[in-house]
Write a protein that binds this ligand. Structure first.
Ligand SMILES: CC(C)(COP(=O)(O)OP(=O)(O)OC[C@H]1O[C@@H](n2cnc3c(N)ncnc32)[C@H](O)[C@@H]1OP(=O)(O)O)[C@@H](O)C(=O)NCCC(=O)NCCS
Length: 204
């Protein structure tokens, strides 16, 4: 990095650099394998035919249970770090999985949801990249246009209401909404009689 790339900070502070360079930024979990899997998943995600897509996703290291739908047009970063349990539905969402994403059984991830395990340390002089895993419990519903941030665990049966930004763990069977998401309701605990992955809209 040349001196001209440096941006002077306040006197006495470490100079702020541009976006971390390859040698400076410790991208702990991003590997050549995950970059390749991301690239392949981008193309797989545009193919017609759910069964074909699932076959190819599994070939590139994604763990997908039986009876799942991963909808055409989804964005999957580091799909080799993604696990989706039986009967779950993932719509046209964006999942950045470098830090590890574990989705339970019979989960519904609606169109427009963003699940992101990556962040930057804003006080790091090298804008250090950090990755923290996200876990989503069985029967949870991640509604449309929500954002689930790094390190969060969503409890079993919980509902993340449309537009919520989830910054902290969500208790089981609670309904959370808003930015930052807060508990706005409870979901009845009962034996559920639906399988999100059995929903097959046309042109999947
Ligand atoms: C979770 C959800 C279903 C709640 O809907 P609901 O049970 O009909 O709730 P209500 O409209 O009766 O609202 C109850 C309260 O929660 C609030 N609320 C409802 N949705 C909210 C949201 N997304 N964010 C914040 N607050 C919300 C309401 O303002 C109301 O507050 P009040 O009691 O102070 O008036 C709805 O918010 C939602 O997220 N829909 C998702 C749509 C979607 O993703 N569709 C894709 C289908 S796969």
């Amino acid at each position: 990095m040349s001196e001209s790339d440096r941006v002077a900070g306040p006197p006495g502070e470490v100079p702020v650099t541009g976006i971390g360079t390859a040698e400076a930024s410790p991208r702990v979990r991003n590997t050549k394998g995950s970059y390749l899997a991301t690239k392949l998943a981008y193309n797989i995600g545009r193919l017609h035919g759910l069964r074909l897509r699932l076959y190819l996703y599994r070939r590139i290291g994604m763990k997908v249970g039986k009876g799942c739908v991963i909808r055409r047009g989804v964005y999957l970063g580091s799909p080799n770090e993604l696990e989706v349990g039986e009967g779950s539905f993932v719509g046209r969402a964006s999942l950045y999985c470098t830090g590890g994403v574990k989705i339970g059984r019979n989960v519904n991830v609606s169109d427009g949801a963003v699940i992101i395990t990556a962040k930057h340390d804003v006080n790091s002089p090298i804008f250090e990249a950090k990755y923290e895993p996200i876990t989503i419990g069985d029967w949870a519903w991640i509604a449309t246009n929500t954002i689930v941030l790094a390190g969060v665990t969503i409890g079993e049966g919980a509902v993340v209401a449309a537009g919520a930004v989830v910054t902290k763990d969500v208790p089981a069977y609670s309904v959370v909404g808003g930015n930052p998401a807060k508990v706005i309701g409870e979901r009845k605990r009962q034996p559920f009689d639906y399988v999100p992955g059995s929903y097959r809209p046309p042109f999947l």
